[in-house]
Write a protein that binds this ligand. Structure first.
Ligand code: CTP
Ligand code: MG
Length: 388
């Protein structure tokens, strides 16, 4: 099987009323049509892509594609074809430019930039041998009326008989090309094949796979860029008894207690760093600072925290709130909690109200109860740009 994808981007976008046709609107530094190409390429279900542009834009977009392809976001061969007056004319032109080995073809609207690789897979997997094509559909949630006479409603169409068709639509290339020789106006390719009596299957589409049509639909692009809330959890344990003086959250805790550790053994900062790494999806502390690294012997955890915060900044992750529980039979920490939260707030650049420290014993049970060591759990909450 050698499926290709046609991305039709030759419309005028009249209903959108943007200065430039909607398929050229820039979102996340790329023209809208490019996002669909990335989804096809990521799905690894297509062997190549044909972009269809209005002849007035063809050369300009070819230039732009030569640059975009250098990003390696799309790793399949590509072609451009000149679009026609109607959508179906644009599809026909693209079909003619497909290489001979192509036997299956996805036809997709450039105006649906939220296409997911998962949907591409679902469609491809739904094409049964007896079908000429398969299309993704979603339930109709509004009650649909027909228009009657004199600005009155005609009738209510039973909703359970309806489906809203999306793209990409997948077809056997030969059958689709034959369908495009017929006359008639069609708003999608499946409609042409249905008119010829061909069997078209359907699978579940995605509600997020909307076609940007009217000006307010552009808000969806901004919403996608909104920050989302992220949480990360961290946990650490240290044994009492070594040669390191006890420090918690960067605060020295005077007394007889010492810690066994390669670094400074600050159980609170270690749990905190693991929680931050969890938020940004960067593994755990050991991945970044192995306890076999001689350069890290006795290193201050506050220095390591700075490096972890650099990773968080790189990921554009913003910490909002930290909640920490220290679990120890000794020392008693009630009087030190404020000092620890102040210091962590300082290290993270947060207000102290956003750093909460709790301390508890384990009622004499377990290794903390036997006063053999100390443990700490940290929960970090923050925001990051959605990355999908
Ligand atoms: N399309 C095309 N060639 C045409 C008409 C439409 O390639 N002659 C493409 C559009 O660029 C779009 C897709 O078909 O990606 C779906 O069409 P639609 O949403 O109707 O886009 P436009 O026709 O551009 O918008 P409008 O109808 O509002 O003018
Ligand atoms: Mg149109």
């Amino acid at each position: 099987m050698s499926p290709w994808a046609i991305i039709v981007a030759a419309g005028k976008g009249e209903r959108m009323k943007t200065e430039t046709p909607k398929q050229f609107v820039i979102w996340r530094d790329r023209p809208l049509y490019w996002h669909s190409a990335v989804a096809f390429s990521r799905s690894s279900r297509v062997k190549g892509i044909v972009f269809v542009f209005h002849p007035d834009y063809l050369e300009r977009e070819k230039e732009r594609l030569r640059d975009l392809i250098k990003t390696a976001e799309v790793c399949v061969p590509w072609l451009v074809a000149p679009g026609g007056a109607r959508r179906q004319d644009s599809v026909r032109a693209a079909l003619e430019s497909l290489p001979p080995e192509c036997d299956l073809v996805f036809v997709h609207d450039a105006a649906r930039p939220f296409l997911s690789p998962r949907l591409v897979h679902r469609i491809a997997d739904s094409l049964a041998p007896e079908m000429a094509g398969v299309i993704p559909c979603v339930d109709v949630t509004d009650t649909i009326k027909s228009v009657g006479k004199g600005a009155c409603i005609g009738a209510t169409i039973p909703r359970h008989t309806l489906l809203a068709a999306q793209t990409p639509q997948l077809f056997r290339r030969r059958v689709l090309q034959k369908a495009h020789e017929t006359t008639g106006d069609f708003t999608d390719d499946a409609g042409m094949l249905e008119a010829m009596g061909e069997k078209i299957g359907f699978c579940e589409g995605e509600r997020s796979n909307v076609k940007l049509t009217y000006p307010e639909d552009l808000d969806l692009l901004r919403e996608k860029d909104d920050m989302i809330n992220i949480s990360g959890f961290g946990y650490d344990v240290h044994k009492f008894g070594g040669d390191k003086p006890l420090r918690l959250g960067g605060v020295p805790i005077p007394g007889a207690l010492t810690i066994t550790a390669h670094s400074d053994g600050d159980v609170v900062l270690h749990a905190l760093m693991d929680a931050i790494l969890g938020c940004v999806g960067r593994g755990d502390l050991g991945d970044h600072f192995p306890d076999t690294d001689p350069a890290l012997a006795g290193v201050s955890s506050a220095i390591l925290l700075d490096e972890v915060l650099d990773l968080a900044r790189e990921a554009r992750f913003v910490i909002d709130h930290v909640d920490i529980t220290i679990i120890a039979q000794k020392p008693r920490l009630a009087a030190r909690k404020k000092e620890i939260s102040n210091n962590i707030a300082r290290l993270l650049g947060l207000s102290t109200a956003m750093v909460n420290i709790k301390a508890t014993t384990e009622e004499g049970m377990g290794f903390t109860g036997r006063k053999e060591g100390i443990k700490c759990c940290a929960l970090v909450n923050g925001r990051m740009r959605r990355n999908d």
